[in-house]
Ligand binder design. Structure first.
Ligand SMILES: [Cu+2]
Length: 118
């Protein structure tokens, strides 16, 4: 009888622990899934974020302007060029060939960034 009670006691302890583990693990997984598509570049405070972005071939990269003045996304080699992007405007380009694509803002040429396609 005593042995049985002991067994039940340890089971009663293990169950809430297992439940807690599941609850803790779940949000962690959801977070890493959301971060799996980092193909957006935020233009904020005269900076491209991230400044260097690595994506697989055929990825579409979207720039979004979070500044309150316009920026233009222009590739160094003239591969792509956006129109002037106002606040919250977006520009997308699909990279179908591997390579390193340096770009800048043609209004503020000191703003530079890079897309690495592999
Ligand atoms: Cu600019």
């Amino acid at each position: 009888m005593t042995k049985r009670k002991l067994l039940f006691g340890s089971f009663a302890l293990t169950l809430p622990l297992a439940l807690a583990t599941v609850l803790i693990m779940h949000p962690t997984r959801a977070k890493s899934e959301a971060a799996a598509s980092p193909t957006e570049v935020r233009v904020d405070n005269f900076t491209f974020g991230p400044a260097t972005l690595t994506v697989p071939v055929n990825s579409t990269v979207t720039w979004i302007n979070k500044d309150d003045l316009p920026h233009v996304i222009a590739s160094d080699d003239g591969v792509f060029k956006s129109k002037a992007l106002d606040t919250d405007d977006k520009y997308s380009y699909t990279f179908s060939k591997a390579g390193t694509y340096a770009y800048y803002c043609s209004i503020h040429p000191k703003m530079v960034g890079k897309i690495i396609v592999q």
